[in-house]
Design a protein around this ligand. Structure first.
Ligand code: SF4
Length: 374
């Protein structure tokens, strides 16, 4: 399997209160220097990739000229590529950018809708409103994108099951093929966590969040979006191959500030500072902030921890071929407990155990299951 390529565009037009991704407020001059560096790096890539993903930050915060430069540089790598995704935010998307993406090889679009409830969008610190979100999805579809994914957030304070259901019923009518549905989390160093600590609002009870998650699974599946990972749902044939690569613990290269690469058993992270990234590159210095050589045992355990996130779970033969470890022996210390808790179940074929996968309760406690495997 060829590796994947991820390119991080660390610019946003405004920081959302819950976000801990590395990004800074967009400035034309910094973005221009950054894209000079990234396109130069792309020019030096000497391998083929199975998928490309341009994420952020907000890739569409870049102006048309910079986007064109970036996509043209990628043209050689993106020809005949399996999947080429670009992330977009509704407020910075326009017809000209969509035309560029389509003409320069992107075949999958991921739009940061987050919600179609104006009050919720405002509280989350998003720039766009629901009208703009819906318009951007419809515009991408009308202009020719067939494979459109949207991100949604649920579990916000003040939110209730009824309003969440209404949002889901509205988004399933959109011309989309994929939904990523994330539970709002309180990440370190975010204004949201600060507000929580200051008791500015009361977070929802776990039971209420779990009910919303179940509601998403039910409504999305009713409308043909099959769950294939904890947070991801797709129409037939529209699973995100780039992310499936991550969940199979395959190799990937990451370009850009804060991007992570995983090749030859080494995981490395680039500096999380856009200006430092530019200075280091232009000065011929290393861009790596930290790296770790993973032992074969750690690689196997990490494979278990990420692959269990998928609906199909872990096939024992697949696991042995991939890692050289026997899954049941490797995880014998935790398997009985996880089964007893009702988090996972064995998969059988002709009465033979062939693998394990999450049960519905396990989807709610997937982090517990993944950490148990590590
Ligand atoms: S637009 Fe996306 S990357 Fe930028 S701050 Fe908001 S959530 Fe984070």
């Amino acid at each position: 399997m060829k590796p994947s390529l991820y390119i991080h565009i660390p610019f946003c037009n405004r920081k959302c209160i819950y976000c801990d991704f590395y990004s800074v407020i967009y400035k034309d001059n910094v973005a221009s220097l950054y894209i000079d560096v990234i396109t130069d790096q792309i020019g030096h890539l000497d391998q083929q990739f199975s998928t490309i993903y341009i994420g952020g930050g907000t890739p569409t915060a870049l102006n048309e000229k910079l986007l064109e430069k970036l996509l043209k540089a990628l043209k050689r790598s993106s020809d005949k590529i399996l999947e080429f995704t670009i992330e977009a935010n509704p407020e910075s998307l326009n017809a000209e950018k969509i035309k560029l993406f389509l003409s320069l090889g992107a075949n999958r679009f991921s739009i940061g809708v987050q919600s179609v409830n104006d009050q919720k969008l405002k509280k989350l610190g998003r720039i766009h409103d629901s009208k703009k979100a819906i318009e951007s999805v419809c515009m991408a579809s009308k202009r020719g994108f067939k494979n459109i994914s949207i991100d949604l957030i649920f579990g916000m304070w003040n939110e209730n099951l009824g309003s969440w259901r209404k949002e889901l019923e509205e988004i399933v009518k959109l011309p989309i093929t994929h939904v990523s549905c994330y539970n709002l989390t309180y990440e370190k160093n975010t204004p949201l966590l600060f507000a929580l600590k200051n008791r500015s609002f009361k977070p929802l009870e776990d039971e209420a969040v779990a009910a919303m998650y179940k509601c998403a699974i039910d409504i999305l599946s009713l409308h043909g979006f099959k769950q294939y990972e904890i947070s991801n749902f797709s129409k037939d044939g529209c699973q995100c191959r780039h992310n499936l690569n991550y969940w199979e613990n395959n190799e990937y290269a990451g370009l850009g500030a804060s991007a992570v690469s995983y090749t030859g058993g080494i995981r490395s992270k680039n500096v999380s500072d856009v200006e430092e990234y530019i200075i280091r590159y232009n000065g011929g210095r290393s861009l790596i902030e930290s790296s770790e050589k993973l032992s074969v045992l750690k690689r196997a355990k990490e494979t278990a921890a990420v692959k269990i996130r998928t609906k199909e779970g872990i096939d024992f033969n697949w696991f042995r071929n991939k890692t050289d470890f026997d899954f049941c022996k490797l995880e014998k210390g935790v398997l009985p407990g996880l089964i007893q808790e009702g988090f996972i179940k064995y998969k059988k074929e002709n009465n033979v155990l062939i693998g394990i996968c999450l049960k519905r309760k396990g989807f709610l406690f997937s982090d517990t299951v993944s950490s148990a495997f590590l």
